[in-house]
Design a protein around this ligand. Structure first.
Ligand code: GLP
Length: 263
């Protein structure tokens, strides 16, 4: 896992947006896996700027979102579909037919989940997956205990996630108890992965998933099994890492390191 530590949220966001932009420029029909939450807001803002000011072209890009609350209409202001349109899609030249977000109000969630998996496969699989991390170490909505082989499915949210995400809803009771989420196995199939995290409240869980043992109790630790996973943190989120000096050495000697390992 490559660990990149930046001085601020803004710098973290710029770095992750640059990584995404680089991949889009290399492959115009990139298949991009997208995440929601506060963390990627700065990254999406920077992607919008790159589109508006530097012509970053989304016209052939396909996107698959990680997850969606069950029971919410796609137009509901708390749905992840709405979040994505408000914060990214409507500001760039993406083709709406190339946008996939799990459908929270489907009549048949199980059938929808198999369809979603098939659709990802038909496009050739996700080239670059963007992830955030929940307070309990989850990626997407893969709560502690999720199998590393899991695929897109319905998942019951844990109490901490319901509390954490209640800030977006009027009351905690309004937070849906279930979600459709890509599985850990679906995520690990992506060719490249980038996880972003910021803030003091993510420091302990970041140290655990990066430097602790691989465990389904912290599903982000599954990234240790991936060959091309990059983690971009701000200074606060990196504050509990033990091997910071090494990650920074790699950063400062990146060109030499890249020449040797070809990344
Ligand atoms: C939700 C999403 C995750 C996201 C997490 C963290 O639970 N399902 O994909 O990573 O929230 O959100 P935030 O970035 O707001 O801390």
């Amino acid at each position: 896992m490559e660990v990149i530590i930046k001085s601020s949220y803004e710098e973290m966001s710029k770095t992750s947006a640059q990584i995404i932009a680089r991949e889009i420029k290399k492959k115009h029909d990139l298949v991009l896996g997208l995440a929601t939450g506060d963390t990627p807001l700065g990254t999406y803002k920077e992607l919008v700027r790159l589109h508006k000011e530097e012509g970053l072209d989304f016209s052939k890009v396909k996107t698959f979102n990680l997850d969606e609350y069950i029971g919410l209409d796609p137009l509901d202001k708390n749905s992840y579909n709405h979040f994505m349109w408000e914060n990214l899609f409507k500001h760039v030249n993406i083709n709406s037919e190339n946008v996939y977000v799990p459908q929270g109000n489907t009549d048949d969630p199980e059938e929808f989940c198999s369809w979603y998996e098939k659709k990802i496969e038909e496009t050739g699989g996700i080239d670059l997956q963007i992830l955030g991390i929940g307070g309990d170490g989850h990626i997407a909505f893969n709560e502690p205990g999720s199998s590393f082989a899991s695929r897109t499915r319905v998942k019951a949210l844990v109490k901490q996630t319901i509390e954490d995400n209640s800030r977006f809803f009027d009351t905690e009771e309004d937070v849906p108890r279930f979600a459709i989420t890509m599985g850990v196995g679906s995520i690990l199939d992506a060719k490249k992965i980038i996880l972003i995290a910021n803030g003091k409240n993510k420091a302990a869980v970041c140290a655990e998933f990066i430097e602790g043992p691989i465990t389904s109790q912290i599903t982000a630790s599954a990234l240790q099994l991936h060959t091309l996973a990059t983690v971009v943190l701000d200074d606060e989120a990196s504050s509990k890492l033990k091997r910071k000096e090494y990650y920074n050495w790699v950063r400062d000697n990146k060109q030499t390191v890249q020449k040797r390992i070809g990344r």
